[in-house]
Design a protein around this ligand. Sequence first.
Ligand code: CA
Length: 225
Amino acid sequence: MRLLLVEDEERMAQALCEILRQESYEVDHCADGLEGLYAAETGLYDGIVLDVMLPGKDGFSIASELRSQGVRTPILMLTAKSELDDKVTGLDCGADDYLTKPFMTRELLARVRALLRRNIPTADGRLAFGDIALNTRTSELICGENRVRLSEKEFRILEYLMSNQGQILTREQLAVKIWGYESEAEYNNVEVYMSFTRRKLHFVKAKTESKAVRGIGYELRYGYV
Ligand code: CA
């Protein structure tokens, strides 16, 4: 697995390269935003760890340029502060996940592993999991011969769950990703919309289920009894 690290703080970058290489990742490092963008555009990488504040070009602009060019390499954004604005802007720009500095090595490695497991849509825009597929162009949920159109929020929830197969997504992650905000109200929305998506899964007679994991969040399961 080959990673691109775009980080300008030298000590931080050195430490991250070392940690990631110890885990047997091949790591290329860029200290400048523009240089990082050019490297990422090659499409050679399985994942990108991207700092926000960079000389040359900031992490948000890099992420959105890559996405607008159709480069779908998963991106983990490193934000310098815990401000929600940073997380939301990062996810809006097309980053897949964010991690707030300072972070624990263990946390970084867990996020990188999760990033590399991400399910990426095929060239024709289909995202598959278990017995279901999502047409990301028409927002249709498909199971065999059955299909149903999803509302915008239902689509984004299922897309997020299917992209992160094998992972439990917390209510917090879902609230930030779908509503751009975390609060009690958004947590309730997550539950309401999760029940809507369950109905759509039921409608197309899918065996794939969106399961609530008590006290943690939600995950997609297929093939469990
Ligand atoms: Ca920086």
